[in-house]
Design a protein around this ligand. Structure first.
Ligand SMILES: [Mn+2]
Length: 296
């Protein structure tokens, strides 16, 4: 069953060319909420915005691999938009230059319906004329993306990864209900963590990685980049090519995957405080750039 779901996502993936000089940044699992105490992203907002501004200025294309928004704990998008207005403004900049690709995860699975996305955009940008309507409404969320490496038959498959978590994929509405009306308040009032989240559940995390690895073996070692587990993953050449970008809700840092000049790297952004108490945003390479062709 899981294999069929992933096969379908692979077949229907949106195709994007990857050129020799292409630059991509992948982030996922921001879980942007309403900035209440249950919202883990708010502490990393400044780091994320600093990183995104940097990528925007340096000509990167942004691919968000799902769970950018937390719709399980929030029944409406409005408070999220109000809380993270500045982030959506940044996304719009990328979108305007055709450098934005969004994938839905299990916590923002509503976005797979283009009509819901259009309704949300309508409530935010009420179009003053037909032309602005056209401009705003060509945004859509994908289930998956296939980066096609120019002048080769090599591809990179990008998806959120909850497809390998069958219960999560099929029963997401039930799980969302559980989180929204029960765990949200437990977290808010007592600081108890949500047990349904793949990120916090080690056993389900290992299961997701195993299932994706099985799919890779069945599919001529097709390289995958995914999110969902919040656990960064960067194999050594020769291992199964399964990469994970981590999340943007690590305590005090965000992690992402960069592809620059056909090299792939795992990066971390955080705020460094010097002995004199001066704060500075820094990026480090958790894994140095390696040629993509070692994994393809
Ligand atoms: Mn997820």
């Amino acid at each position: 069953m899981v294999n069929q779901i992933i096969d379908r996502a692979f077949k229907n993936a949106k195709k994007i060319p990857l050129k020799k000089d292409s630059k991509f940044i992948f982030f996922s699992d921001l879980h942007k909420g309403d900035m209440s105490s249950a919202d883990d992203f708010k502490k990393n907002l400044r780091i994320y915005e600093h990183a995104m501004n940097n990528y925007y200025q340096n000509g990167f294309t942004y691919i968000e691999i799902g769970d950018g928004t937390e719709l399980w704990e929030n029944s409406s998008f409005d408070p999220i938009y109000k809380a993270y207005h500045s982030v959506f403004k940044l996304l719009k900049l990328f979108h305007k230059e055709n450098r934005l690709h969004l994938i839905w995860g299990n916590h923002d699975m509503e976005f797979r319906d283009p009509i819901i996305v259009e309704k949300i955009l309508y409530s935010i940008y009420s179009p003053k004329n037909i032309e602005s309507k056209k401009r705003h409404f060509n945004l859509r969320f994908e289930e998956s993306i296939l980066l096609e490496i120019e002048n080769t038959d090599k591809k990179i498959f990008v998806l959120h990864g909850h497809q390998a978590d069958y219960m999560n994929y099929v029963h997401w509405k039930f799980q969302r209900f559980f989180v929204r009306y029960f765990w949200y308040y437990m977290q808010k009032w007592f600081g108890i963590n949500d047990p349904t989240s793949a990120a916090k559940n080690f056993r389900s995390l290992i299961k997701v990685e195993k299932k994706l690895n099985k799919w890779i073996v069945k599919n001529k070692h097709q390289m995958i980049i995914f999110g969902h587990t919040h656990r960064p993953r960067f194999p050594i050449p020769g291992d199964l090519p399964l990469f994970n970008d981590g999340s943007c809700i690590h305590p005090g840092s965000i992690t992402g995957i960069e592809i620059v000049n056909e090299n792939i790297a795992l990066v971390k952004w955080y705020e460094e405080v010097s002995n004199e108490g001066q704060k500075k945003m820094v990026k480090i390479e958790l894994e140095k750039p390696v040629s993509l062709f070692k994994f393809l």
